[in-house]
Design a protein around this ligand. Structure first.
Ligand code: ZN
Length: 154
């Protein structure tokens, strides 16, 4: 596929699916891998509204995505410099370039809207105090969706 075609999209479906690994990045990566017919997503970029967590950074490395672009940092669970800095660790065999802070204000606003919405529905109460509340912030739209996508790069 050529140009800037979107290969995969995802939004956080952890609550909806009951799958703890159903983060936007993972779902977008799975769809992209299906579309390209293989696990190597070299030459792609992952755009995501918020800083990927450790699991998603693992998936990004395993799929060989070379560039991650995200909007808002996640100071509690982010693995691109906030809690961990996986891309700068240096022990992994290939390099992932991270571009942070793209449309950060807009992403943060979406996150705050999500939190208001979730509290109104009582979903956060189930996990409050367990350390998982911050992970809920990964869903970032008012309707509880968090968008992520993989597009072909240069
Ligand atoms: Zn994640």
């Amino acid at each position: 596929m050529l140009g800037h075609e979107v290969l995969g999209r995802g939004h956080n479906r952890r609550e909806a699916s009951g799958d703890p690994t159903a983060h936007a990045e993972v779902l977008a990566i799975r769809e992209a891998a299906r579309r390209v017919g293989g696990w190597r997503l070299e030459g792609t970029r992952l755009y995501v509204t918020c800083e990927p967590c450790l699991m998603c950074m693992g998936a990004i490395y395993l799929s060989r995505i070379p560039v991650v672009v995200y909007g808002s940092a996640d100071p509690k669970a982010g693995a691109c410099g906030s809690t961990y800095d996986v891309p700068r660790d240096g022990r992994l065999p290939h390099h992932v370039e991270v571009v942070a802070g793209v449309r950060e204000a807009e992403c943060r606003e979406l996150l705050e809207g999500f939190f208001r919405n979730v509290r109104g529905q009582g979903v956060v109460q189930q996990v409050r105090g367990s350390g998982l509340e911050s992970s809920l912030a990964w869903k970032n739209n008012n309707d509880g969706r968090r968008d992520g996508r993989v597009v072909e790069g240069d």
